[in-house]
Design a protein around this ligand. Structure first.
Ligand code: ADP
Ligand code: MG
Length: 276
């Protein structure tokens, strides 16, 4: 049901835009920028329908890892990779598997909200359809826009001004618009790279509410520097660290409660308690 020619009529019952949440597994992922190795054999299972938080100091490779999870790092000329990434057991890097398919099934939301500023809210939401070969009628698109904006917690605020440009929204609303845009192609996984770090506390809370609503419907992987946020929104947590010029590794991962209350590694304990 996720091939490039599906229409909304084929979608899962209940929510017409919901894809089937998938488990994402990284197996021994290493990454280089030219000669500079930035990740060393990182393995992590991000279970379907759950929220996995990636935490760790700046520069330890979290964003690089996130981009590898949907082949976005291939847009950076110097980046190279070893290891595998499995989406429900299927290697997204297999020869013959299309990069566009990986990116469609695994959506991404960035730190800085990036809606198309001159494009209407409506067109922002449906922007990915054509690009991904998804056909929809006018009324199908209307339904989709309402549904995705509702799921992103934005519908009530904007339903009377769908023709306004994306750039006219506040920062927090723009970020929720970006979430709605990602949802429109029925991703099975949503990757979020510090989605709140450019936002005020109220907008941050709204995004966290949206994440809570979406959890269970789509697998979520979120990078955050905010330990309270990681504790609030995630089921599982992975602590990344790159010590003294060595490439980033996962020091410890597991259920969020255990990571915060009974970490096994003293470095995890120091980090989650704000000691470095
Ligand atoms: P984090 O998100 O944890 O802060 P990044 O994944 O952004 O870490 O960066 C990991 C390492 O990779 C850093 O040393 C950074 O300088 C390097 N790096 C990131 N992006 C690039 C790039 N496009 N070209 C070269 N080096 C990069
Ligand atoms: Mg980063």
């Amino acid at each position: 049901m996720t091939d490039a020619t599906t229409t909304f009529a084929d979608a899962a019952p209940g929510r017409s835009t919901a894809g089937t949440p998938a488990t994402l597994e990284a197996e021994a992922v290493s990454a280089w920028f030219g000669d500079h190795k930035v990740l060393d054999r990182v393995s992590l299972t991000m279970p379907a329908r759950e929220v996995t938080a990636l935490i760790g100091p700046s520069g330890c490779g979290k964003s690089t890892f996130l981009r590898i999870l949907n082949r976005m790092h291939e847009l950076i000329a110097a980046a190279s990779l070893a290891g595998r990434v499995l989406l429900d057991g299927q290697d997204i890097y297999d020869r013959g598997r299309r990069i566009t398919q990986a990116r469609r099934q695994i959506g991404m939301v960035f730190q800085k909200p990036n809606p198309f500023p001159a494009m209407s809210l409506y067109d922002n939401v449906v922007a990915g359809l054509k690009l991904n070969g998804i056909k929809a009628t006018r009324s199908g698109k209307d339904d989709l826009v309402e549904e995705c904006l509702t799921r992103a917690g934005l519908w009530k605020e904007v339903k009377d001004r769908l023709r306004q440009p994306g750039g006219a929204l506040s920062g927090g609303q723009q970020q929720r618009l970006c979430i709605a845009r990602s949802l429109a192609v029925r991703p099975r996984v949503l990757l979020m790279d510090e989605p709140c770090s450019a936002l005020d506390p109220t907008s941050t809370r709204r995004i966290e509410e949206t994440i809570a609503e979406l959890s269970g419907e789509v697998t979520i992987v979120i990078v955050t520097h905010n330990m309270q946020q990681a504790a609030r929104v995630s089921d599982n947590c992975a602590f990344f660290l790159a010590e003294q010029g060595t490439p980033g590794v996962i020091v410890e991962h597991g259920p969020t409660d255990a990571m915060f209350h009974s970490p096994q590694d003293p470095r995890t304990s120091d980090y989650v308690n704000g000691r470095f």
